[in-house]
Design a protein around this ligand. Structure first.
Ligand code: MG
Length: 209
């Protein structure tokens, strides 16, 4: 049986700003514990709540986690939007800035040696990324164009047996935006994945050989 996330790290994750309910965080950690070692990639870091769940799993299986974000927030995090947090505005730039909060989260969780932080857009990083992935967590920008880009650009690096995790997948339009659902359907219908789990809006897929 896979043990749950260490209580001290569960407390760090719970205290970290973000949009991952506790049950989905636990499911994310549980799924990742079964992923192959190697290089894992998280897209959409924000303040690092899910990074704690994935990073702790990476340590336990001997993987390294890369977490990728431009750290200026998605559309729904900008001023005037529902998910805006004014305490995350950087007075120097006047822009949203989540990198310092992430660094604090990783410090508190003791995960600096397992998690490599990449700051940039997914379009920038896709131009040079070549490393095979044994786990990919898609939780970045939720516009149709970027969500589809992130899937196309990075899922092609998943090795057979690797895990594809997609967040904010809502089957019913009244429950949430369409792009993550559309990406999930694209992966499911591609024939390259088996859907092996679902908790809340988290979907877990297994890259078939
Ligand atoms: Mg999300």
């Amino acid at each position: 049986m896979v043990p749950p996330l260490d209580p001290a790290l569960t407390a760090v994750a719970a205290a970290t700003k973000g949009f991952l309910p506790a049950d989905e965080g636990a499911a994310l950690h549980h799924a990742a514990r079964a992923a192959p070692y190697g290089t894992w990639l998280e897209i959409g870091t924000y303040c690092g709540k899910s990074t704690v769940h994935l990073g702790a799993a990476a340590r336990s299986v001997g993987a390294q986690l890369v977490t990728l974000d431009h750290h200026r927030g998605s559309e729904e995090n900008q001023p005037g939007w529902h998910w805006h947090d004014p305490s995350l505005i950087d007075p120097h730039t006047g822009q949203l800035e989540t990198l310092p909060a992430l660094r604090h989260t990783l410090w508190d969780a003791g995960l600096d040696d397992v998690v490599s932080v990449v700051v940039g857009t997914t379009q920038q990083v896709a131009r040079w990324w070549t490393t095979p992935l044994s786990l990919l967590f898609l939780d970045g920008n939720h516009t149709e164009a970027v969500a589809q880009h992130d899937y196309a650009a990075f899922a092609r690096h998943l090795v057979p047996g690797g895990l594809l995790l997609i967040h904010d997948v809502f089957e019913r339009p009244e429950d949430g935006g369409r792009p993550p659902w559309n990406v999930f359907c694209r992966a499911r219908d591609s024939g390259a994945y088996e859907v092996v789990g679902a908790t809340g809006s988290l979907r877990i897929l297994h890259r078939t050989p």
